[in-house]
Structures are given as C-alpha cells and as structure tokens.
Design a protein around this ligand. Sequence first.
Ligand code: 13P
Ligand code: ZN
Length: 273
Amino acid sequence: METKANTILENRPELEKRVGEAAEVAGYLWQKGWAERNGGNITLNITDLVDAEIRAKPAISAPVPIGRVLPHLKGGYFFCKGTNLRMRDLARYPMENGSVIRVLDDCASYVIIADKPVRPTSEIASHLSIHNYLIGKGSNYKAVLHTHPTDLVAMTHNPAFLKKDVLSYLLWSMIPETRAFCPRGLGIVPYALPGSFELADATIEELAEYDVVMWEKHGVTSVSENIMEAFDMVDTLSKSAQIYLTAKSMGFEPQGMTVEQMDEMKIAFNLPK
Ligand code: 13P
Ligand code: ZN
C-alpha cells in the first residue's frame, strides 16, 4: 500500500474512507473483467468533506478548460480516476492513479490540487456534466461510475434491445433481485463519441428517468449516493444478463418472470416504477 504521509487523505478518515471505497470498487471492476487496460472511470463529489486547509491548497496544475459552463460546480471538489490509467492500479494506489480537482469560480475550468498532477479521465465532460445536473436538482448522489461489462455491452449490439425499456423488462424478468435493486431500469444512449458533450447530454437526458444508462456499443454509466451502490446496480443487471445468456447457450429462450409477478414486486416493495 502507498504510505498515507503527504497525501490529502492523511488525518481525514472520512475522505480516506470515501476514496477507499472507490479503490475497492476499482478492484471489483478489474476482477469482473469489465476494466480492460484503462477501461472505465469513477468520479466522486467530495465537496462535503473538504475543510479550510484543502480549500487553501495551491493548484498543482494550470487551469484546464472544461469546455462548457457548469454553474452548480462552483468551488466543488471531485476525486477523479486519471485518464489512461488502470482500475487495477487505482485499486491499490488510488492517489497515484486518480487526483482531486477543484472547479474554479468561472465554473468552466478546474485545477488539480492533490496528490499528484494526474490528468482526470477523458470522460470528464460526462462526469462533470452529470455532477452538475445532480447538484442542480438537489440530489444527494455523489458517485458516477462508468465501466465496460461484457454481457451488457454485447446486448447493445442487438438493435431490438435498444428500444425503450426492452432491456429493462428483459433483465428485470430474469431474477427478482434486479427488479428490486435496479428499480428504475436501464436507459439507453445511442452511440456517441467517447468523451464528447453529445454523449454527456444524451446521458443526462436519460438520468431524468434512470439511475443506470447503457452507452451503445461502449459501456454503462450509473449514478448513486455512493460508489458501492452505483456498482451494485450494474452488478445486478450483469447477473441478469448472465442468466439470460446462460439459458440461451443451453439452447432455449428463458421464460422470464411474468409481468404480473414483476408488478406484484412493485407493490410489495413500493418500487418507484
Ligand atoms: P479514461 O482512461 O480516460 O478514463 O478512459 C476510459 C474509458 O472507459 C473511456 O470511455
Ligand atoms: Zn468507456
């Protein structure tokens, strides 16, 4: 393990815990086979854990333009996975494979403040636009996860699965747990260039209705209060995808729970959709 001396995490147990959760999830992503090379990214809104000493920390990078104005991010602080860096490395050394940024008062640029000048993920347009959207609507969600689950991404190569809520119902119907723990279902964003604002905006549109969104032929993005919950929703959906694929590979179409059985769960567990 890296030593805690000279890191922003030193003597800040809450911050250490939150970044530690991101590192734990990064390890799961690698173990799951969802994080080839530098695949995937994590950002955490840590503004609530920032003290005066952190606020006074000098920048260790020049200001970097975000490319748009994000008014709700003024003075916000985010832990971000570094671009081109590996989840399996972030799992062990989070502050060498990720960094903390401060959004400047122009709401259109950021500086890196700790620990090292690690450039944030190439999907920063989506991540920061999503955080801006979440703060703007008064959400308590602080974690954004993007990852590349093989089974779910494979499903987006079938145009029939890209129609609204086809995948939500199919995956819900594989196992009651998915209906319960991913109760809003799965939104779909048509293919767009990785790292683009087009991808960011299409994702935000879907987040009005869903907490988990598929990026066609690329990956999945989820939002939640914390990174564990964001991971668990994707993990549950992937479990359903595995059951579907296993049944298909045994040579039959899985029957799935009936609409009545799923509606019964909606009532019994007071699910939102
Ligand atoms: P980064 O290494 O820049 O985070 O990119 C990984 C990725 O998944 C892009 O979509
Ligand atoms: Zn990706």
